[in-house]
Design a protein around this ligand. Structure first.
Ligand SMILES: *[C@@H]1O[C@H](CO)[C@@H](O)[C@H](O)[C@H]1NC(C)=O
Ligand SMILES: *[C@@H]1O[C@H](CO)[C@@H](O)[C@H](O)[C@H]1NC(C)=O
Ligand SMILES: *[C@@H]1O[C@H](CO)[C@@H](O)[C@H](O)[C@H]1NC(C)=O
Ligand SMILES: *[C@@H]1O[C@H](CO)[C@@H](O)[C@H](O)[C@H]1NC(C)=O
Ligand SMILES: *[C@@H]1O[C@H](CO)[C@@H](O)[C@H](O)[C@H]1NC(C)=O
Length: 217
């Protein structure tokens, strides 16, 4: 009952967040086109704040987009925190510039897929923990766009399909846990490129290890 009553609130603050960012962008363009000459002396400051606002909007929109693709019940479960900025949500941490760095949605009862989570929108994400949910479908090769990712925990879900070989591009990974899913096929040799790994767990899937990977490690 509580989660149901929270749902409109969550949607409301997501929309107001988007509106706020769009407003900032509009204000930015208005103020830069009517700015007095003196304030034009620092074009770098202008363009970097514009980039920052665009990035935050992109991240907020990407999260909203994914959230609306999830099962209804999951959407209401994602309403645990209130605020106007995703950085203030319990399950999200940001860096000093307001960019999302940690996404911890472990044990949120999430049902749905990652298909609508646009990985390209989170260039500064360091950890993604979606363990202990009921997420299904494949792990999109575009996960390789999370180029700074250090921790990836998708364990205890219902993911299917192969481990994408593009995972080998995530060279900052320290921890990768895909255990207890329904993944099939060969473990890609590209995993051997993950030289920073301190923990790798692919157990409790239906995976096959290639002989060459065993030689490499
Ligand atoms: C979600 O809820 C809406 C009504 O609020 C309903 O029309 C829709 O079918 C539901 N979707 C799912 C996936 O349950
Ligand atoms: C992640 O979220 C769960 C609640 O879903 C919480 O119990 C846990 O402490 C969080 N972990 C971190 C590292 O923030
Ligand atoms: C993910 O979050 C759960 C719940 O907080 C925690 O038990 C688990 O250790 C986290 N995964 C990693 C790799 O830190
Ligand atoms: C994957 O990334 C490419 C760009 O590298 C993009 O064109 C494509 O739409 C993305 N696909 C998905 C499913 O996100
Ligand atoms: C595991 O995968 C193989 C093919 O990759 C398939 O033949 C087998 O039935 C699968 N086993 C389970 C328990 O899913």
């Amino acid at each position: 009952m509580t989660s149901l009553s929270n749902k409109p609130l969550f949607n409301q603050f997501l929309s107001s967040l988007l509106f706020f960012h769009l407003l900032l962008i509009v204000l930015h363009f208005v103020s830069s086109s009517t700015a007095p000459v003196s304030s034009l002396s620092s074009p770098f400051a202008h363009s970097s704040s514009k980039v920052k606002i665009e990035e935050e909007t992109k991240e907020a929109m990407a999260l909203l987009n994914w959230k609306t693709s999830l099962h209804n019940k999951s959407q209401s479960l994602l309403s645990s925190s209130v605020g106007t900025n995703p950085c203030n949500w319990v399950e999200i941490n940001c860096d000093h510039s307001g960019s999302v760095t940690h996404l911890n949605l472990s044990s949120y009862g999430l049902r749905g897929t990652l298909h609508n989570l646009n990985f390209q929108s989170f260039p500064n994400l360091l950890s993604l923990n979606l363990s202990y949910n009921s997420l299904s479908g494949i792990i999109n090769p575009n996960i390789s766009h999370l180029s700074k990712l250090s921790l990836l925990d998708l364990s205890v879900n219902q993911f299917t399909g192969r481990i994408p070989s593009e995972i080998g591009k995530l060279t900052s990974l320290h921890i990768i846990d895909l255990s207890v899913n329904r993944m099939t096929g060969l473990i890609p040799q590209d995993v051997g490129a993950l030289i920073s790994l301190s923990k790798l767990d692919f157990s409790f899937n239906n995976l096959t290890v290639s002989f060459l990977l065993l030689l490499e490690t």
